[in-house]
Design a protein around this ligand. Structure first.
Ligand code: ZN
Length: 265
């Protein structure tokens, strides 16, 4: 089967990773704009990053037979400087127009601060005005439930249809509420933090397989670009039929992403 990994940061991965992903059946990936491992000093730094995401990375992926899409935004880890945020937000729309950009992301909250919330709302205004899909990052550990609720309330205030918003990095205590409110939920598979494959499949057993996607969110930290393939194998070992596995790792992300006319599978 063909896998979609809908959340992975390839700018921090090697060409050997691309080859391994292609050999494992990962044919389509989407890369949200995020923190680069350091705070950028100017809007020009973000412009260079957005160029990388929309020009260089799709070409690099294509050499391995992988389709690469991306999402554009100023990420919540760099949202404390409101003057910088305004400068970056001014260049976001021109990149949203590009052919491989599926929407605004990954926006959200990191520490649930006042400035982060202000920058989240600036992004939601752009998404509402342009009818863009939205990919949301939720905070870690003790901040996660509170942050997830703040984000869902903010989306509602902008009258954005929750079926066009994925709330990512969901966990046992947030997924049920995300789905109940009409959003899509993402589960992130990390070897040492977030969800192990077994834990993610447990969450599927509790919450069902509708409006859920799984991703590796692989980046420069301890992470695994083949995590989706390993989680599919976990489902197989538990006796799930192939059609359910295909639904989780292909059909579900294709259905969400396909709400953008730019997504071609
Ligand atoms: Zn990410």
């Amino acid at each position: 089967m063909n896998f979609i990994d809908p959340h992975i940061h390839m700018v921090s991965r090697t060409t050997a990773d691309y080859e391994a992903m292609a050999l494992a059946g990962i044919r389509t990936i989407t890369e949200p704009a995020f923190w680069a491992g350091y705070d950028r000093g100017s809007a020009a730094g973000f412009r260079d990053y957005f160029e990388h995401l929309t020009v260089f990375e799709p070409a690099r992926a294509a050499k391995f037979g992988i389709r690469h899409y991306c999402w554009i935004c100023l990420n919540p880890k760099e949202a404390e400087d409101l003057a910088l945020a305004r400068d970056v937000l001014a260049i976001v729309p021109e990149f949203l127009d590009r052919t491989t950009v599926l929407g605004v992301g990954e926006i959200g909250l990191n520490k649930n601060s006042r400035n982060e919330l202000a920058v989240l709302e600036m992004h939601l205004q752009i998404a509402a005005d342009r009818n863009e899909l939205v990919l949301v990052h939720t905070p870690h550990l003790e901040d996660k439930l509170k942050g997830t609720r703040l984000i869902m309330d903010a989306v509602k205030n902008f009258r954005i249809d929750p079926s066009r918003v994925i709330i990512d990095h969901g966990e046992e205590h947030t997924v049920g509420e995300i789905l109940d409110r009409g959003f899509w939920a993402g589960l992130t598979l990390y070897p040492v933090s977030k969800c192990s494959p077994a834990r993610a499949v447990d969450i599927l057993e509790t919450n069902g397989t509708d409006r859920i996607w799984l991703n590796s969110a692989a980046d420069w930290g301890v992470s695994d670009p083949l995590a989706t393939v390993k989680a599919a194998n976990e489902m197989r070992m538990r006796g799930y039929p192939e059609e359910t596995i295909r639904k989780v790792f292909h059909d579900n992300p294709a259905a969400f992403l396909g709400q953008s006319p730019k997504f071609a599978g």
